[in-house]
Design a protein around this ligand. Structure first.
Ligand SMILES: Cc1cc2nc3c(=O)[nH]c(=O)nc-3n(C[C@H](O)[C@H](O)[C@H](O)COP(=O)(O)OP(=O)(O)OC[C@H]3O[C@@H](n4cnc5c(N)ncnc54)[C@H](O)[C@@H]3O)c2cc1C
Length: 420
């Protein structure tokens, strides 16, 4: 078959890779001049099956109300975005009920564990250096209540195979000496030995090069404008450069997926949620952390990528506005660096590379994989805050579904059918 993947972020490139494995002729089209130009460009870099709780936690409504209008809060709702969130927002809060949240955490963990296993296999097959580290991930907590919540969610994820170890504050510093200065502020932490980290953009671009060597046709700088359904089947897409015919198409356009899908009558309950990152040079500075760290209370992730330190976080409901707001980046940076006073004294935070982009967030948490209801159109989108973690697994699952193979994991809770 000839298959066209629309979107060249993490999700599109891994889907294309696994479709090549099945012997298909594959084209990937992206509007940007290079792969990984949007959400996959400078994310938190964590491959974290340990962090698979959907963001609409049972505490979400209280947090949203408490943080409303506060420019330095981890979760921000901008008034201009409210009209686009009316129906979706009600559903987002409905899915925050404890039983939905627990079920969707387990669904995400199932896909994440599978995906991290595939990442290891991919690394064995394709020698890609993406500053990966297979050293596990540390989560830190400042209150006993947060530790209790982490015990509960870790137990839930353990059922899917995510191993964990609860840590005292002193044990946190043993794992990451750079946290010793704030040991007294911590209630404890958790260590997840099977998690990993690495630069998503470099991974996408290197896997893209390897895919081109295997026959992938890359059409970059080409924007898809129209999906044309004829005789009940999607056979052609129109771009700003012409048309592309294929036997099947995979929509992997991240936060843009709902706008394209709507053209053919497919409604995807996905909204863009903006996040920020700052990347700092820290080469040669001993006080810089080596471990990937999740500061749960501040909703910040901190990841070492070779000579650089990436600090990422915040969730901003602001429609499709991609503007990098310096105040938000400052918040992310300050909150991340507050954990490392010795490092902060040695760096120039104003030299940080700033980034903002939109996560494609589903109403309930898990991504949407597979059939769209329109013949010839498949979906791989909605990975929210977990697109790096899910990429290999989601790509493989969608390739399996297109080929009529039974995927290696149960798909309950991962397809569009769950909303019907
Ligand atoms: C601040 C931040 C931190 C994050 N940290 C982590 C993390 O630590 N771990 C983790 O697992 N996940 C993380 N994520 C989430 C993860 O980055 C995303 O889920 C993932 O990048 C989504 O990948 P994607 O391929 O679906 O979308 P994208 O990377 O956005 O790719 C979509 C592609 O579609 C293209 N496109 C869109 N419209 C069109 C069109 N009309 N025609 C042609 N091309 C089009 C775009 O150019 C883009 O390249 C983070 C996200 C953010 C914002």
């Amino acid at each position: 078959m000839h298959i066209t993947v629309i979107g060249g972020g993490l999700v599109g490139i891994t889907t294309a890779w696994y479709l090549l494995d099945s012997g298909h002729s594959v084209t990937l089209v992206d509007r940007a001049p290079e792969l990984a130009s949007e959400a996959s460009h400078a994310n938190g870099a964590m491959l974290h099956a340990s962090h698979t709780e959907p963001w609409n936690t049972p505490q979400a409504l209280g947090q949203l109300l408490r943080w409303i209008g506060r420019e330095n809060s981890p979760l921000l709702l901008r008034p201009t975005a409210i009209p686009s969130l009316v129906g979706w927002g009600v559903g987002f809060l409905r899915y925050s009920r404890a039983h939905h949240h627990a079920r969707n955490t387990a669904v995400n963990a199932r896909l994440a564990v599978y995906s991290l296993r595939l990442m290891r296999e991919l690394e064995d097959r394709v020698a890609i250096d993406y500053t990966q580290q297979h050293a596990g991930i540390l989560k830190i907590f400042r209150s006993e209540a947060e530790m209790q919540t982490a015990h509960t969610s870790s137990a839930l994820m353990a059922d899917a195979g995510v191993r964990h170890e609860a840590l005292s504050p002193a044990a946190v510093s043993d794992y990451e000496p750079a946290l010793a200065d704030i040991e007294g502020d911590l209630a404890g932490g958790f260590f997840y030995p099977d998690d990993a980290s690495g630069d998503a953009r470099i991974f996408c671009q290197r896997l893209g090069e390897a895919a081109v060597e295997r026959g992938l046709t890359l059409r970059l700088g080409e924007s898809v404008r129209d999906l044309r359904v004829e005789a009940g089947r999607l056979q052609t897409i129109e771009t700003d450069h012409g048309t592309i015919d294929a036997d099947a198409f995979v929509l992997a356009t991240g936060a843009e997926a709902p706008r394209l899908a709507r053209q053919v009558g497919v409604r995807l309950p996905i909204r863009p949620v903006k996040g920020y990152s700052a990347t700092l040079p820290v080469g040669g500075i001993e006080a810089a952390p080596a471990m990937p760290i999740i500061d749960d209370g501040r909703k910040i992730v901190i990841t070492r990528l070779g000579d650089q330190l990436r600090i990422a976080g915040t969730a901003e409901f602001t429609g499709y506005d991609r503007t990098i707001r310096p105040q938000r980046v400052r918040t992310v940076l300050e909150q991340g660096l507050a954990n490392f006073p010795a490092l902060t004294a040695q760096i120039d935070a104003s030299a940080a590379e700033q980034w903002a982009c939109l996560r494609p967030m589903t109403i309930d948490g898990p991504p949407i994989l597979g059939e769209s209801g329109v013949s010839g159109l498949y979906l791989n989108t909605g990975a929210g805050h977990l697109g790096w973690t899910f990429a290999a697994g989601a790509g493989r699952v969608v390739a399996d579904m297109i080929d009529g193979r039974t995927p290696a994991i149960d798909l309950a809770g991962l397809t569009l059918n769950r909303y019907r």
